[in-house]
Design a protein around this ligand. Structure first.
Ligand SMILES: Cc1cc2nc3c(=O)[nH]c(=O)nc-3n(C[C@H](O)[C@H](O)[C@H](O)COP(=O)(O)O)c2cc1C
Length: 175
C-alpha cells in the first residue's frame, strides 16, 4: 500500500496529539541484543511484531538516531528477548544512555551464535537479518527466526501511557 493521502487530507498533524494517540496503544516489551566485534549491544523496543509464519519472520523498528543501530546492523544475527512482567527495571536500563547496559545487575549469557541472551525472560528468538527498510525517521528491521525458546509461563511486561505494567486476563466466561 503505497498511496499517499489526497492533498486536502494532508492537514498538519498536531505532533502532541499524535504522540498521545500512540501512547494509548499498549505494547509488549522486548530487548534486542547482538554481539558486534566482541562487544554486547542492545536496546529496549516496543515496536516488535510478528510478520510471517512461513518463512518465520519478525520485525522491529529502530530510530535512525540510535547509537546502537550501527552495531546491530553489522552483527551477523540478533536476539529478541521477550521481557517478563517483573523486568521493568531491565527495560529501563536498556533504554538508558551512558550506562553499561550489560553490567551488574543485568544477568546474561552468550547465546548459541554469540548474541547475548538475558536471564529470566519469557522467551528468546534468535534471528538472522532478512530485510532492512528505511521508513520515515525509523528503520524497519525484519529477521528470520532460526531458533525460538520459551522459558516462562508468559506473564508479559506491558508499556502503556509511558509506564510499565502487567497484563490481567478477563475472568473466564462461564456458560
Ligand atoms: C518502553 C520503550 C520502548 C522503546 N521502543 C523503541 C523502539 O521500538 N525502537 C527504538 O529505536 N527505540 C525504542 N526505545 C528507545 C531505545 O530503547 C533507546 O533508548 C534508544 O535506542 C537510545 O539508545 P541508543 O542510542 O543506544 O540506541 C524505547 C524505549 C522505551 C523505554
Amino acid at each position: 500500500m503505497t498511496e499517499t493521502l489526497p492533498s486536502r487530507s494532508r492537514r498538519a498533524l498536531d505532533p502532541d496529539g499524535f504522540r498521545r494517540a500512540l501512547a494509548v496503544h499498549a505494547a509488549g516489551v522486548v530487548v534486542i541484543t547482538a554481539q558486534s566485534g566482541g562487544v554486547p549491544v542492545g536496546l529496549t523496543a516496543t515496536s516488535f511484531s510478528s510478520v510471517s509464519l512461513d518463512p518465520p519472520l519478525v520485525s522491529f523498528y529502530v530510530d535512525r538516531s540510535s547509537t546502537t543501530w550501527p552495531s546491530l546492523r553489522s552483527a551477523g544475527h540478533f536476539a529478541v528477548n521477550v521481557l517478563a512482567s517483573d523486568q521493568a527495571e531491565l527495560a529501563a536500563r536498556f533504554a538508558r544512555k551512558n550506562v553499561d547496559r550489560f553490567a551488574e545487575p543485568t544477568r546474561w549469557r552468550p547465546g548459541p551464535l554469540g548474541a547475548p541472551l538475558l536471564q529470566d525472560v519469557s522467551a528468546h528468538l534468535i534471528c538472522l537479518p532478512h530485510e532492512t527498510v528505511y521508513v520515515g525517521d525509523h528503520i524497519l528491521v525484519v529477521g528470520q527466526v532460526a531458533e525460538a525458546t520459551v522459558h516462562g509461563p508468559g506473564r508479559p511486561l506491558i508499556y502503556h501511557q509511558g509506564r510499565f505494567g502487567r497484563f490481567i486476563a478477563h475472568p473466564e466466561e462461564r456458560a
